[in-house]
Ligand binder design. Sequence first.
Ligand SMILES: NC(=O)c1ccc[n+]([C@@H]2O[C@H](COP(=O)([O-])OP(=O)(O)OC[C@H]3O[C@@H](n4cnc5c(N)ncnc54)[C@H](OP(=O)(O)O)[C@@H]3O)[C@@H](O)[C@H]2O)c1
Length: 264
Amino acid sequence: MDLGIKGRAAIVTGASRGIGRETARQFLEEGVRVMICGRNAETIEKSRAELAAQTGGEVHGVVADMTQEADIARLVQSAQQTLGTVDILINNAGQMYSGRFAALTDAGLKEQFETKILGFLRAIRLVYPIMKAKKWGRIVNIIGGAGKEPDPYMFGSGITNSGLLNITKSLSTEFGEDNVLVNAVCPGWVATNLWQRNAQGLQQELGVKSEEEARRLAARKNSLNRFGKPEELANAIVFLCSERSSYITGVSLNLDGGRLKGLW
Ligand SMILES: NC(=O)c1ccc[n+]([C@@H]2O[C@H](COP(=O)([O-])OP(=O)(O)OC[C@H]3O[C@@H](n4cnc5c(N)ncnc54)[C@H](OP(=O)(O)O)[C@@H]3O)[C@@H](O)[C@H]2O)c1
């Protein structure tokens, strides 16, 4: 299927690995020109070079910390300079802030807020006028299931994720008349470095002795009884940015193998 976005310009934040990197790769396969960012110069350049070699596409990299307003401004400016415009924004850079109420700290919550609320909002603030002027835009926020179904172990992430769902819906309503579509995806457990970094905590939370057992128990909550792969997330993210998704806005798609059992 031709997704109809060849030649479009996309920013993918947090694309040195994981879901962001795979999303960038699939955009490049579709002929989209891509700007990626991450906080580490070495890994972002390595990722950029590998993506270019794999796909033959046009991909640029910038070192930017999405908790820093000046870095976000530099990222968007670089995209405008090198790609000429911005048609697509994937707000992906982020962490998981796991742990129960007793583990929550003000500093931890502030950092989570800087990354997954202000980081997303600031990027949207800068790209929206560009998209509005062209009457074409796609914004996808990568959120997480704890925003829809509170989980005591995901207390910190759940707070910001719920806010992001509200932001997504509200902006989709406001930007609709400009043909700027705003959607979200809510990943469940995806086999990335993020899961690896949280494996020990989840092991403790589930009261099991090995990482393998923790993974098995976590996966069992999913109807598909397994973790997701980054490419399975990217498939849906890229589709939401395509010409084929022209009548979809304000949705938050659960990409969790059937983890959430509620009706939304
Ligand atoms: N994997 C899951 O199970 C899961 C579940 C629910 C939601 N999510 C969400 O999905 C998104 C991607 O997760 P992932 O699993 O792909 O994680 P990952 O493998 O850890 O990759 C995260 C990417 O974001 C970058 N990054 C992190 N903080 C950043 C910041 N402040 N500024 C710029 N770049 C930053 C990282 O590079 P540097 O560290 O080099 O900056 C890396 O490239 C996150 O927003 C996460 O919350 C993931």
